[in-house]
Write a protein that binds this ligand. Structure first.
Ligand code: C5P
Length: 416
């Protein structure tokens, strides 16, 4: 379950061109099952029609302090108390100044004064405005407050054509940040203090300077798990093959190319690791030799002789002082049989099996997972298999990653 589920969020929108991005943020929050009340400043309604936010949030947008109907339904003090978090995205220089100095001249600034919830501010403005001493002084003053968090702005090209700091942080990064903040006040099933190493993505085994052997792994499942573990407070190290994914903020990543490099990176850090999750699609074989120059097409047939790569997961499983270990099994058939075999052979605590097929497994954003544990005496044991089993139904990889991390935390870390 997402940490955002049923969280009560006030999304404050100020009058800047980046207001269009907060529509994207609202959609992400709704997808996480958060309850979102949008509060717009008067100026922001010049950029986006409140109806857009109303349609997406399922709640009437609030724009003024003096709306008798809205106040009768939920007064502004009640609304301030209701919120678990206030996000202001985009936050203009004007609203930042008002919040810094305690103004309460519109609904949004009044709510900020009246609420004890965390306040996440995502500034967005022209880069010269951002660099202005007055704005910087306000930001510096705000960032010393306990419950205020400033996220961004990012560097880049601006709507006005200038280049520099002032772009609003992207909605997906803001969502990650919110989740991280909320996870700090999280439940008992936390991974805080746990060091988690995750392998992800494909490996690349070079044949010659221009060709290689690899596979279709996108790394999406591994990256989603890394993010979910971090949201639960874990200290995450990602050892990743070459992928086209953005590393979630706050996660350390070591990028490797081949299985051997992945093995070396894992073994450099494994002694400190509490939980090892191997999602990487490691090539089973590599060419015996990497040919130094490009192979020419002279012969009608060619053979590439290969040797077996080290099995990273099995090697970690053979350590005397091994971490909690979770392996993956991507199969096209006989999922259960192969998964249970790997659970034993690689000395794992849990195996996560999935079928590679349409909208499942490689490259896609969705999946369905089958989890098998070793048979703990205090678990319900399936006599036939002597294993504990649970299916995580078809969902986005992000949601599955959160569910999987919850299962790992609950059964392997807290040993419930
Ligand atoms: O044996 P198989 O490759 O199917 O096992 C899959 C599991 O083992 C995955 O968790 C994968 O990340 C891990 N693995 C590994 N090193 C290898 C091969 C697989 O860590 N060389």
């Amino acid at each position: 379950m997402s940490i955002m589920k049923n969280k009560k969020i006030i999304l404050g929108v100020c009058g800047g061109i980046a207001a269009y991005k907060s529509v994207g943020l609202l959609r992400l929050l709704m997808k996480q099952d958060a309850q979102v009340q949008v509060v717009m400043t008067q100026a922001s309604t010049e950029f986006i029609n409140p109806l857009t936010f109303q349609a997406l949030s399922g709640r009437a947008v609030r724009t003024t302090l003096f709306d008798p109907d809205a106040e009768a339904a939920m007064g502004h003090i009640e609304l301030a108390r209701w919120a678990d978090m206030i996000i202001i995205a985009p936050a203009t220089a004007n609203t930042i100044a008002k919040i810094t100095h305690g103004f309460a001249d519109n609904l949004l600034t009044t709510l900020c004064l009246a609420s004890q919830a965390r306040l996440l501010i995502a500034p967005a403005m022209n880069e010269k405005m951002w660099r202005n001493e007055a704005v910087q002084n306000n930001i510096n003053s705000l960032s010393t407050r306990d419950n205020v968090f400033i996220c961004g702005p990012e560097e880049g090209e601006q709507a006005c054509g200038d280049i520099g700091a002032g772009r609003m942080t992207e909605p997906d990064d803001l969502l990650t940040y919110c989740m991280m903040q909320l996870s700090c006040e999280k439940n008992s099933a936390s991974l805080s203090g746990q060091k988690v190493l995750i392998t992800a993505g494909p490996t690349i085994e070079d044949i010659d300077p221009v060709r290689y052997l690899s596979n279709r792994s996108s790394g999406k499942m591994g990256y989603a798990i890394a993010q979910a573990a971090q949201e639960q407070g874990a200290d995450v190290l990602l050892v990743s093959g070459v992928v086209a994914l953005k590393v979630p903020k706050g996660i350390k990543v070591i990028t490797v190319r081949s299985a051997k490099q992945m093995y070396d990176a894992v073994f450099q850090h494994i002694a400190d690791i509490d939980i090892f999750i191997a999602t990487a699609a490691v090539a089973d074989y590599r060419p015996i030799d990497i040919i130094a120059s490009k192979i020419k097409k002279t012969a009608d047939k060619m053979t590439i002789e290969c040797v077996k790569n080290p099995d990273i997961l099995a090697a970690v499983g053979a350590l005397e002082d091994k971490p909690i270990m979770i392996g993956f099994a991507a199969e096209t058939h006989d999922i259960k049989k192969y998964a249970l075999d790997k659970l034993d052979r690689k000395n794992l605590d849990m195996i996560v099996a999935n079928e590679v097929g349409e909208q499942k497994g490689f490259e896609v954003d969705t999946n369905e997972l089958h989890l098998f544990w070793r048979a703990f005496t205090h678990h319900h044991v399936n006599e036939e298999q002597k294993k504990y089993y649970k299916k995580l139904a078809y969902a986005s990889k992000t949601q599955l990653a959160q569910q999987l991390i919850n299962e790992i935390t609950r059964t392997l870390v807290n040993d419930e």
